[in-house]
Design a protein around this ligand. Structure first.
Ligand code: DQA
Length: 146
């Protein structure tokens, strides 16, 4: 089983970006941990990050038939992008949404997710560990349904 890890805008700056909100782990740190967890679970991970909405959508199109599910932190596009949700439904890729911060405890415009209605589930507010929990939960769910 291959799982895609998709990160959206500004997440390439993790480590230095508002560390009081997003922590000090870099995207490379997060990816390295996910590779370890994937090995433990007996799956593979593919990672992609883009600051461009259309490239995130293109990545999902390319991943169709390649990955069996996706862990996604779409950054601010989570709150705005119907196109990204459509890409998930159009490709039938099951996914778990992650946010490092507790978006429900922040500004009102962050409290709504365009992706959540189509997600298996969401993990918010647990920092970088949230990616690991999302990967574990996604793999467990896919295995249960296979
Ligand atoms: C975020 C939350 C979003 O509101 C924000 O735009 C981000 C990061 C998070 O991981 O907490 O870029 O997705």
């Amino acid at each position: 089983m291959i799982i895609g890890i998709l990160n959206g805008p500004n997440l390439n700056l993790l480590g230095t970006r508002e560390p009081h909100i997003y922590g000090t782990a870099t995207l490379d740190d997060i990816h390295a941990r996910l590779v370890e967890v994937a090995a433990e679970l007996g799956v593979e991970v593919r990672s992609a990050q883009s600051n461009v909405e259309g490239l995130l959508i293109d990545t999902l199109h390319l991943w169709r038939g390649v990955v069996q599910g996706v862990v996604v932190n779409a950054g601010a596009y989570s709150h705005t992008s119907l196109a990204l949700r459509d890409a998930f439904t159009a490709t039938s890729l099951p996914f778990v949404e992650v946010h490092l911060s507790n978006v429900y405890a922040r500004e009102p415009e962050r409290r709504h997710s365009m992706l959540a209605p189509a997600a298996i589930g969401s993990i918010v507010g647990l920092g970088a560990d949230g990616y690991e929990f999302a990967l574990r939960g996604l793999v467990a769910t896919l295995r249960r349904h296979s």
